[in-house]
Design a binder for this molecule. Sequence first.
Ligand SMILES: *Cc1c(COP(=O)(O)O)cnc(C)c1O
Length: 418
Amino acid sequence: MDSFEYRNNRLHCENVLLSEVAKEFGTPTYVYSRDAIELAYLEYANALVGRDDDMVCFAIKANSNLAVLDILARLGAGFDVVSQGELDRVLKAGGRADRVVFSGVSKQSREIRRALEVGIHCFNIESEAELERIDAVAGQMGMIAPISFRVNPNVDAGTHPYISTGLKENKFGVAIDDAERIYLRAKSLSNVEITGMDCHIGSQLTELAPFMDALDKLLILVDQLQAQDITIKHLDLGGGLGVCYTDEVPPKPGDYIAAVLEKIGDRDLNLVFEPGRSIVANAGVLITEVEYLKHNESKNFAIVDAAMNDMLRPALYSAYLDILPTEINEDNTAHSYDIVGPVCETGDFLGKDRTLSIEAGDILAVCSSGAYGFTMSSNYNTRTRAAEVMIDDNQMYEIRARETFEDLIKGEKLLPKG
Ligand SMILES: *Cc1c(COP(=O)(O)O)cnc(C)c1O
């Protein structure tokens, strides 16, 4: 996390002290580095220089704040969306509709209509039933929908079962053995146009091999389809590239793309990538204040003001996130702590067995929180969702105000009296 570093024992995001962000905006607060987001995106874009029709479509479920989308749109990014809400966010942030791919296993008719109205790049279809629905909706509108099928190549991404999506038993995509038949079915329909093929085999992959195995399988299918007079114009390899949370050494986007380009050879295929985590995970931290230290006989707890409703990943799939003091005070005694939140669930923890020299009132930074952090947050325990702040050099910008109680109950109504 190069955009986050200690200087004189104080943790900075770019040229701003994280303790200052806490003073200004309170805690818990998500803090992002503009520089880190841009650099991560450019690692992809620069590896595709000269290939003007390729697209890097940021998977916005990882972080959908309008300011984040705006920063990426200004660099020319495309976007991968999984709902109409996400599509509307992209448009609101100034992203181009013709650079949007629409993924997800269950696109509703109104979502399909909206996507056709605004003119997205492609629907990434996940089932035959969805194909029929898209064809029907496009027919009612007198339009032709550009489509791709998400092919499930049956490769093991070697990642956590909850974030592995490319195996036969997963709900995602169409089985590779079925794909040719389904493409032929699509060819016979009058309101869809086959433009691409896509896959997404999982998340937090730390090896290239599963990506390459999937690509090999997809290329065989591309050739089989060509023999049936179906031309695939773009190949979308999804997202999934891992990041370093502790000591993982995932492939660099540049090396990954170089390996893909080598395999593609001189085929006339445009490429699409859908990175989420690898663009934003290490561009953000969650800052939180230590409320109480509790020393039990067998365990020490640091109870902080952020909880599983703010950052779900540790509770959901045992994700490990580094937790650092924003100011190192060597006078305090080091203890091993479980860092826990105020929510009434045993699963409410942010980290376990962390050796820290801290006291109540200290501000901690939960690292690598830029992806699947705020977007997975909830109001469980009637907790208002955190503020979000973007750091740009020595400036801090509040890009989402902390929710209020009034925001939270908006829309709730009592029954009539009597
Ligand atoms: C979640 C998702 C992504 C992004 O995955 P990351 O691991 O965050 O890069 C891309 N494409 C699809 C279809 C997804 O579901």
